[in-house]
Design a protein around this ligand. Structure first.
Ligand code: ATP
Length: 592
């Protein structure tokens, strides 16, 4: 796909790392040999012979120690993850990189499993089992079994005093004492590194909080620290900026820069085309649509990429109809809402009215309270009962709503929902989308499009049943595979939607699951739609389709929508469309 040169909007958006610009001699091979060396090979899934098509072909890619590489994909975020997996030995490279040192010459045949790690933030961890687990437990008083702190979970060794770690010395054979001292010194260094990392990423305040109480961004920062503490020699980070606020992104990139300058560890970043490429990047590996990879100096690759549609800029064309604010009825009213955990006030005196038809961008740094606020609006937060007189949902105080009735009125996508959604065998895409009418997690009814508002099965052939089935096909076609590939309204669209509807939800790629959960949120045309990090894991084509659908027909008259995102440009509507901002800062809410 060709696009005008200015389509590469991120080209001018390189992020300042906060440290002085470092000039690398990019083409100087290191005396230690390259970090990565793939000389004109193709890359296949394991267990697949060369007769089947490769995932990547004609790959010539050499990474020298001083080079700062970013991997980008013009096609799918899955392709980028696969290329990074190839570096950890999870794919087959043919012909294999030459002896004596193969793919990772700098290791000089040391075990890659011990020295190379890949940490992916691109795709969320998923609930392993088939059952839905109750993610709302987090909002209540922390139960005894949920008391495990961030430190216990990720960094248990830092809970023990150093002298305790040395106790085995009393039982150690004298010949092993030197080894013990060496281990002790190593442990001390590790602790210093730990102290340095948690301070730099502002995590020390959360170390002794229960893990369950941490916000998404706080947990993601902890995963970055854990990855670095393992002290790999090559660290591959796939979309490490996912879910991080602007300040934290700058902190994290500055940390990566300083590690890169020391080459300890070597770092390769996988990024989305719309991410700001750090200014200290020297080289790019761009995965093209035909499976070839253009790897070279940043400027050179950007010149070529200017002719490739990597990222269309996500500017929000004006919608069919401007969103009307503050004219319709109030859908939700918060009048002086507070949320506290013990003496910790997370939300203070929040005043916010969400009218019919309104479009909101809910903003706030990691841990500002966005998820907590939405849990009050959905009635999932236990404190929504105690605040009932200050919280009016769909014209009634919160306490006058049975919670399942609220679920049917609120279409919702969130990281918590994505993680918790059941992946049981036998749950098809159709079933998963169909649960959206009731907002529950168990498909039911003759066509598995849910029961009626009265809790009874829909009458056979009733208008409600027919409407629901029609809506199912509408979202499956509008947001289905043919649309992602840029072939909407094609002959194949209906057939592909049918095939897609039969697939097992659990077997879909993470981006496809995100799309199905978005269909589920929209299918019942609920009066309120909450989209919290809705695009995570989706490929560029999916994001484009979802945004276009939301702007043009995906929401009809009367529906209100709140988008939570740390990226302004991810909001489907522009200011001209009437989108408003509600910003949380120090527990207080500000309308902007
Ligand atoms: N049960 C709890 N006990 C104590 N503190 C809690 C509890 N639950 C949440 N918090 C704290 O409330 C704050 C708000 O968390 P919340 O998840 O709402 O933030 P957020 O704005 O959604 O963040 P992110 O952008 O990282 O997702 C965090 O600092 C979190 O540590």
């Amino acid at each position: 796909m060709l696009l005008k040169r200015d389509a590469l909007s991120w080209r001018g958006r390189t992020l300042q790392s906060g440290t002085s610009r470092h000039l690398f001699s990019t083409s100087q091979p290191s005396p230690d040999g390259p970090i990565i060396h793939i000389p004109r090979s193709s890359i296949y899934p394991l267990g697949v012979n060369n007769k089947s098509g490769p995932l990547f072909r004609d790959v010539s890619w050499t990474v020298h120690p001083k080079d700062a590489w970013v991997v980008l994909s013009a096609t799918s975020s899955g392709a980028k993850t696969s290329l990074l997996q190839a570096l950890t030995g999870h794919l087959r490279i043919s012909p294999p990189p030459p002896p004596p040192y193969g793919l990772l010459p700098f290791l000089k045949n040391r075990d890659p499993h011990k020295h190379v790690s890949l940490v992916s933030f691109a795709h969320r961890p998923q609930a392993a089992g088939g059952a839905f687990y109750d993610f709302t437990a987090r909002y209540g008083a922390v139960r005894e079994e949920d008391r495990r702190t961030l430190r216990d979970t990720f960094f248990p060794e830092t809970a023990k005093p150093l002298h305790e770690l040395a106790v085995p010395a009393m039982y150690t054979h004298p010949e092993d004492v030197d080894q013990l001292h060496a281990d002790h010194a190593k442990e001390q260094l590790r602790r210093e590194l730990f102290g340095d990392l948690v301070t730099r990423l502002d995590l020390h305040r959360f170390l002794d909080l229960p893990m369950i109480a941490l916000s998404n961004g706080q947990t993601r920062k902890a995963r970055i620290v854990k990855a670095l503490l393992e002290q790999p020699e090559l660290l591959l980070l796939d979309e490490p900026l996912t879910g991080l606020d602007v300040q934290t992104r700058a902190l994290v990139l500055s940390l990566f820069h300083s590690l890169h300058v020391k080459n300890d560890p070597h770092i390769i970043l996988g990024m989305r085309p719309q991410d700001p490429i750090p200014d200290w990047t020297t080289h790019l590996a761009l995965i093209r649509q035909d499976g070839t990879i253009h790897a070279g100096k940043k400027e050179e690759v950007l010149d070529v990429a200017a002719n490739t549609q990597l990222h269309s800029g996500w500017s929000a064309p004006t919608s069919r109809k401007h969103a009307r604010n503050e004219t319709g009825n109030a859908v939700v009213t918060l009048a002086g809402v507070n949320v506290a955990y013990g003496d910790r006030m997370v939300l203070k005196d929040i005043n916010w009215t969400i009218h019919e038809d309104s479009r909101w961008h809910l903003q706030g740094v990691n841990g500002a309270g966005k998820t907590t606020l939405l849990a009050m609006v959905t009635g999932e937060h236990p404190q929504s009962y105690t605040q009932s007189s200050r919280l009016t949902l769909f014209s009634r105080p919160r306490a006058r709503w049975p919670t399942p009735h609220l679920h049917a009125r609120i279409g919702r996508v969130s990281p918590e929902m994505h993680n918790a959604f059941p992946r049981r065998r036998g749950m098809s895409v159709w079933d998963a989308v169909g649960t959206g009418f009731e907002g529950n997690f168990v498909p039911r009814g003759r066509f598995r499009v849910g029961f009626g508002a009265d809790g009874a099965e829909l009458a056979d052939g009733s208008a409600d049943e027919r409407w629901r089935v029609r809506r199912m096909w509408e979202v499956l076609r509008a947001l289905g595979p043919a649309a992602w590939r840029g072939e909407p309204q094609s002959e194949a669209e209906a057939r592909e939607a049918q095939e897609f509807s039969k697939r097992s939800f659990a077997d879909l790629a993470p981006g496809e699951q995100s799309m199905v959960l978005l269909m589920r949120a929209l299918v019942g045309r609920p009066p309120l739609v909450l989209l919290d990090e809705a695009w995570a894991g989706m490929d560029e084509g999916m994001v484009q389709v979802a945004r276009a659908y939301l702007r043009e027909g995906g929401l009809e008259d009367g529906q209100a929508c709140i988008v939570v995102s740390h990226w302004e440009e991810e909001v489907p509507w522009s200011r001209e469309d009437g989108v408003q901002r509600f910003r949380l800062s120090d527990g207080q809410g500000y309308i902007e």
